[in-house]
Design a protein around this ligand. Sequence first.
Ligand code: SF4
Ligand code: SF4
Length: 82
Amino acid sequence: ALMITDECINCDVCEPECPNNAISQGEEIYVIDPNLCTQCVGHYDEPQCQQVCPVDCIPLDPSHEETQEQLHEKYLKISAKA
Ligand code: SF4
Ligand code: SF4
């Protein structure tokens, strides 16, 4: 999963771009739900939020590192529920 750092300026550009609805407005900055973020695996070649963020504050979440396979499995689980 990716994460949003405190450099976030609350511009709201990333939220509608997420195919998994993993991004929401938190108390101070926008946040990514690691259970829903597939790093866009299953939908796009590149993480869409990273592409649009004007301040480049969406790195990999070091506490939620996953393999491509794990990300793909998460994508399948989320799609099954949708
Ligand atoms: Fe959503 Fe993709 Fe960003 Fe993860 S990487 S939060 S799935 S847009
Ligand atoms: Fe924050 Fe970047 Fe999302 Fe804007 S695009 S809300 S700065 S994380």
